[in-house]
Design a protein around this ligand. Sequence first.
Ligand SMILES: [Zn+2]
Length: 448
Amino acid sequence: MIPDALAMAAHFARTRWTLNFRDRMKLEAWQQARLYHFMREVLPRASYYRNLKVDVLADLPIMDKATMMGDFAAHNTRGVHLDDAFKVGFKAETTRDFAPLLGDLTVGLSSGTSGNRGVFLANPIERLRWAGILLGRALPQHLLVRLLSPWQPPLRIAFFLRANSNLYTTLNSRRINFTFHDLMLGAEQAVPSLNRNQPDVLVGPPSLLRALAVEACAGRLTIAPSRVISVAEVLEDRDREAVRAAFGVATHQLYQATEGFLGYTCEHGTLHLNESFIHIEPYWLDTGRTRFQPIVTDFTRETQLIVRYRLNDVLRVAEQACPCGRAERAIAAIEGRSDEVLWLPAHDTGKAVAIYPDLIRRAMLFASQAVSEFNLIQDGMCMTVGLLVEGDRKVAVERVRAELDTLWKVLGVATPTLAFTDWQAMAAGAKRRRVRLQNAPEELICAF
Ligand SMILES: [Zn+2]
């Protein structure tokens, strides 16, 4: 529909050209104005917030997934019950027909173990706004020109997802040809269709992008995307290298969750938080203020309310300002979720020390080029390391052992027992999580 396309284009243009803050003070003033409007006009429409007396954001309680899911209907402005939303979401996933709506609302389910899945709701206006903002932040200049030139062929976007959604098909228009690829089917299955479609933009989790890079290097996949975008998993250096080797381009990131569109990569390759549309308070995890969990308030949404919602993700701040000059906070890396943080007792005090997944990833990378895949699970004072090795396994195991030993020493923590096993490939469509805390050491109090 033309009005829809116009609405999307308006959000797109606003994102790209108007909300382009260079001055932190101006950005914060804009956020305060939007928050004021949000707290007055939108917040009282959800029953949980209706009778709360608030002047400033800090007056509101901090929210987490369990609290929100426990009283879902009170946290959206349409009074939708969790059971009803789940019913629509599950039906879409089992039938692989992602068109059904709940009234006019799009329902999406986040990935996650059963019982721990998130739900999001979006009305038609939010859907168009989301699509416009996403394109405004994700497209490079030359594809933008192409998008806006009606005489040129439409932009082709290939999107790999665990589940499609009306949210994504909103992108489909005369100027955009959006193709959903089912992540559950894997990379190999997608090759013929990708070869036929020749996407300009390739979007998917980095483990999948890497598998596609392998297909391309083997000569089976013959596409030349001019933008590759990583979503949903931690992007590693090796993923970046594989994509560059296969397609000759850098990998950009979109930091997108059930809780909103949280960040994007700028033209310098730096990940910035999407602070023109979302307010983010850092919940600092260390005294040096190098890592934090984001507390998100989405002042752009109006159906499902995300208000002072503390995410499980661990973000590491960039040490230097980005040369692009954007006022939105720069992030060095999304390190993973909090259950990917390991804990060991300090040598001297016995107190719990956090070992961030990024430190483990770096140690493994330094250990040996021969290690092509790994995962590590902590169970008390034992760590099980799964390795996929090209070449001499014994040598690789010893190097990994030495590199991890160095890490424990640098951190000043007790040395855990290491057990080595074969690396197990993930199930198709599963999320890649390299480092996982199963159980912390007994009697260790582990909290940020
Ligand atoms: Zn930048």
